[in-house]
Design a protein. Structure first.
Length: 110
């Protein structure tokens, strides 16, 4: 069922909401990753949550899942072409976060 969202920000929160989805997105900007790579890069995420968020992002068309026919099977996750349209959003979020962290550090140091 498709839900009509009145506010575009609500749509972004729906698609990228949660603690881990933006971090998964950020890790996939650099290069394709295997599930185990993402586990190492985001050590606090449980396997269950990582798997669920990857499935959600795949369903939204943000992430592509590629299965290579090897023994054992190799699965890689990457940003889809559509997912790459979120790179500027992630970069702005990163810049804002850096500025915010700096501001908080300067406040605590004074």
């Amino acid at each position: 069922m498709i839900h009509k969202r009145e506010c575009p920000v609500e749509t972004v929160i729906h698609v990228l909401g949660g603690k881990w989805k933006p971090m998964i997105l950020w890790q996939l900007i650099e290069s394709d990753k295997r599930f185990s790579d993402l586990e190492k890069l985001i050590p606090d995420v449980s396997q269950k949550m990582l798997s669920q968020h990857l499935r959600d992002l795949e369903r939204e068309g943000i992430v592509d899942r590629t299965i290579y026919p090897t023994i054992p099977p190799k699965v890689e996750y990457s940003l889809s072409e559509y997912g790459k349209t979120l790179i500027p959003v992630a970069e702005v979020m990163c810049a804002w976060g850096e500025g915010h962290n700096k501001r908080k550090y300067e406040e605590s140091a004074s």
